[in-house]
Design a protein around this ligand. Structure first.
Ligand SMILES: [Zn+2]
Length: 112
């Protein structure tokens, strides 16, 4: 997945410039992506990146498990989560867990 060049150029820090570029190029989705980064909602597991929104969404390079990505965007444009992970990787703004997310999911089910 490639982001628009204006956004690409603004990925230097989590600052107003980046916020503006995201908002102008991606509207509400861009704004949400910035919010996810600001709130440290991007998590890196051994197998996947996960963004914590209303639910937890699994993100791979150009794929996200959210409805917005799959239904509204038809997998063709980045959703807020894909954007957030893209930027998080470049700025190393994620929390890292040395476990597999799939194992974590299994355990969650087991606890319920
Ligand atoms: Zn998404």
């Amino acid at each position: 997945m490639r982001v628009k060049s204006e956004v690409e150029k603004a990925i230097k820090a989590l600052d107003y410039n980046l916020y503006k570029a995201l908002l102008l190029n991606y509207g509400k989705r861009g704004e949400k992506a910035f919010f996810y980064l600001k709130e440290n909602r991007v998590k890196k597991y051994r197998d996947f990146f996960v963004v914590v929104g209303k639910e937890e969404y699994i993100v791979e390079d150009n794929f996200c498990t959210c409805n917005d990505f799959q239904i509204n965007l038809k997998g063709k444009k980045p959703c807020a989560h894909v954007l957030a992970v893209y930027i998080a990787k470049k700025l190393k703004l994620y929390e890292e867990f040395d476990v597999y997310y799939v194992d974590f999911l299994k355990e969650m089910k087991w606890r319920r």
